[in-house]
Design a binder for this molecule. Structure first.
Ligand SMILES: [Zn+2]
Length: 79
């Protein structure tokens, strides 16, 4: 399982250069870089499992709560 559905915007649709054909999407997982900001938004750093590109995303409290379990369960540990 990847977390592509959580990331809104352009990075979600970008092709991953490290995928077999170069034409598949990034395979986003979460990292340990998770930080609650003042005002309640949550900063989450995502990383592509294949090419190791990172993507920083601010999630609203509601969105973070909704996906918190998926974010916790799908961390990338090898970077
Ligand atoms: Zn990638």
């Amino acid at each position: 399982m990847n977390l592509n559905h959580i990331i809104a915007g352009e990075n979600q649709d970008e092709n991953c250069p490290a995928s077999p054909t170069g034409l598949k999407k990034h395979n986003w997982l979460s990292t340990n870089e998770i930080e609650t900001k003042h005002g309640g938004e949550v900063f989450v750093r995502f990383i592509c499992k294949r090419c190791k590109k990172t993507h920083d995303q601010l999630l609203s409290t509601e969105k973070f709560r909704l996906f918190e379990r998926a974010i916790e369960m799908n961390k990338f540990m090898e970077y």
